[in-house]
Ligand binder design. Structure first.
Ligand code: C5P
Ligand code: MG
Length: 201
């Protein structure tokens, strides 16, 4: 990230657990030149980092499906943006902002550094999401029934209102995430094209 005044392009990616955020973000990164930053992945990496003072706190939030205080998550996101240098066309911030605390902290810390273009919202029925999480076999400590149920409660009570907040500002681009990854991605590309971001050769 430059030290100059150029604002960094940001697209937030939200949707229930298992809605396909990570899958779509990998494709957007490969084809459209955005850098994918997953808040959950950054928190998992910080949890594993030797000497982290936040490891236990993060793990208890992850297992309980609750949201880590924004000071931790926003700092990880900002550090990752700084580390990725100037080459990124923009940043896809996946799984953030997850609640009002995330949104408030982001605005405090980042609003003068970024241009948030839109929120990509992958919607899918909860039953489909639960099955996907149970079947994905990534070895996550929160892909068990008990944690998944808690994550869904958090999603409904805390994250969905954030999507509604952005809807009021006409910033939400919703895609039915129940379709195949290819079908979803075709719609994703159209949305990015409409926002002026082109497929890279
Ligand atoms: O997005 P993902 O499903 O990987 O997130 C896993 C967990 O990481 C969440 O359930 C939550 O406990 C934590 N998280 C968070 N704040 C975020 C994103 C993820 O606390 N903005
Ligand atoms: Mg993810």
């Amino acid at each position: 990230m430059s030290s100059g005044n150029k604002l960094h392009n940001v697209v937030f990616v939200l949707g229930p657990p298992g809605s396909g955020k990570g899958t779509q973000c990998s494709r957007i990164q490969a084809n459209l030149g955005f850098t994918h930053l997953s808040a959950g992945d950054l928190l998992r990496a910080e949890r594993q980092r030797h000497g982290s003072e936040f490891g236990e706190l993060i793990e208890s939030h992850i297992r309980g499906g609750t949201i880590v205080p924004v000071e931790i998550t926003c700092k990880l996101l900002e550090n990752a943006m700084l580390a990725s240098g100037d080459s990124a066309k923009g940043f896809l911030i996946d799984g953030f902002p997850r609640n009002q605390d995330n949104l408030d902290g982001w605005k405090r810390q980042m609003s003068d550094k970024v241009n948030v273009h839109f929120v990509l919202y992958l919607s899918a029925p909860i039953e489909v999401c639960v099955q996907r999480c149970l079947n994905r076999g990534q070895g996550r400590t929160d892909d068990n029934e008990e944690s998944i149920q808690k994550r869904i409660v958090t999603y409904n009570e805390q994250t969905y209102p954030i999507i509604k907040h952005y809807e009021k500002q006409n910033m939400v681009r919703e895609i039915n995430g129940e379709k195949s990854a290819d079908e979803v991605y075709a719609e994703v590309e159209r949305i990015f094209q409409n926002a002026g971001f082109r497929h890279q050769a």
